[in-house]
Design a binder for this molecule. Sequence first.
Ligand code: SF4
Length: 740
Amino acid sequence: MQTAYKSDTSRDTGLQPGRVMLFYPPGRFYQRGEDRSQGNVENSTATTMRAPNDLGYAAATLKAKGFEVFLRDYQTSRRTLEELLADFDRFAPDAIFVSITNATIFRDLELVARLKDRSPSVMVMLKGAIFFDPEQGLLDQLDLLSVDYLIGLESDFIVGDLARAHFHDPGRIPSIRGILYKKDGAWERTYFDSFETDLDGLPFPDRSLMENHLYVRPDTGEPQATVTTSRGCPSRCIFCITPTISGTRLRLRSPGNILEELRECYHKHGIRDFFFKSDTFTMDQKWTREVCQAILDSDLAGKVHWVANSKVKPLSLETLQVMKAAGCWLVAFGFESGHPETLKRSRKGTTAEDNLQAAQWARQAGLLTFGFFLIGMPWETREHLEATRRHIFQLDPDFLELHIAVPYPGTGLHQEAVACGLIKESVLGKDYFNAPTVGTATLSMAEIEKFRRDTLLKFHLRPGYIWRKLRQAGSDRRILANYFRFGLKLLKNTLGQAPKKGPGASCVLILGANSDIGLAIARQFAAHEGSNLILASRDVTALEAKAADIRSRFGVDVDVAFFEATDTASHHDFYQNLPRRPDGAVLAFGLLENSDPLRLIEVNLTGAASILEVVAGDFEARRQGFLIGLSSVAGERGRKSNYAYGAAKAGLTAYLSGLRHRLFASGVRVLTVSPGFVRSKMTAHLKFPKALTATPEHVARDVHAAWRSGKDAIYTKAVWRPIMWIIRNLPESLFKRTNL
Ligand code: SF4
């Protein structure tokens, strides 16, 4: 039987403590409840969003303390920021509880600040793996002014007591484990030294508050509940955050308690499919078999289906067979690598032979396999990656994911990457598939990303694999349709979204973002690459509104920064003080008309070269990145109406060309863009022929397409190429007589 939530029960009656709103913010799909892999589901091969169990547990414990709760997953339900604000105003919470990720932290904090502005008295609790006993340096990177509590240990056991203490007994707060609270303006941490062992004592996640139909089994599309079956892992893989945030002791729920939750899902919510959330479901095989036996002996036998994670060792054929009998249809293995050095140095405690044995046993037991692999460890060379590729094809799992190692703070991998000099910046705000390293000691990020894309394509496009998927789908049209959908997503992620040449664009700096063209290019990168942005300009106030618009439309992080092109002495500090290190920069500022020709040269050439020199130096040192420079067709031949502007742009074109030559060896790309006439606010008073005139959006589309296809220089519109050829080659004796 489920036991009542018993922490601090003496305080569970009496006062009506208040209202708590628990939510995942709107935006892209991050696995916010999965502390150890907070990846963006849109970038994955065949994963779907998991139910927000962290919110569900917190809501259940808060309700047990008498709080009124409101739970909503805005990101998975694709609700907007406006809907969140409307819910916030309507529910008028006394406290909010937000589940954050490494990648979304800056955007989450902006939202929290906005809510605090709306209701200054609201108490703010943030929950996330990065708050597990964090270093001060990490806290210093965050604007936590609007936040009251950071929860780093398992929030399910903490949030009820914390909220209760905050509203009714503040003196108790220092005794609550696993949190950071503010004392005299500084962050004070409590105790992070032990983990709760009585997992059966927790209430079940409150699924009556969740929209259960949103979280589905990937192949059938049927609702799939996440059921946490155990916590902690005795292994100490250096890339994994689990041993840190969940402990190295395996903590198990009793089979009866798990069964009771399954029965509640089945009978109360009509859910028949489950993801058993254990870091390693088969680590204690006696317990694994007991859980399976409990299902087999119950009224759920033959009626439920589930998937689970497993390490390849310890494992046995018998365990996999009883799992299959109890309804397991897919087992996910962390195979990680095919290279013995990587398996050894990762401290996985397994070998390639163990991987092969586990895959064979799973097939023998009639289970499908989901193989997870990891590339990009600091020591890896192309030989390591090739060994992993061969191993992937040898194991031939039914589903495949190839992750690029992310050095999460708190892991051995992070320490090793720092020691090797591979991390030169914060890992906060980085997307899961774009690790903030410069690659490995011998491979650039671009090479690793390309290897990932190529391997995923080669693996999934094999005729034998496609035939296997068709056979597995059988006559079930839902499965067929979902396989087709995942196939399209895979193609989009590997062929469409990624640049054919060059690096990723997880963060792009737009210099001159208040210009129509700069803003349109920023939108292209946000919409099509999911890039986070830094918008820089002299008018920061105007930028703030544009940044808010991009955030709410595209769900990316957007920072703004003051930038003055002519203050060249400030350019080094400007770049060093950016909120994050960009991996691409777009130079979009410019001055078209001015009575002082030197001013035109100062802005368009001197200012441009000054800041590009700073950015290029950083990219060259990191051996990654791209620069896009907006020059002009006016730079191709001086003419009477704008020769100072033309001279500056001629200089800029030559500068960009030289920079491209210099940076080629380091893998940094430089794209020169030469627009002709552009209808923008800067040219609103000028008359242009319609056929030769582009809109800022047109220019931005051309720029983005050229960046993707790895071009060095373009005209926009394209018709300017032949026109400029003629103008360039017109004899001077004729040209001086024209009225251009
Ligand atoms: S076995 Fe799995 S859960 Fe355990 S530390 Fe290694 S990767 Fe993490």
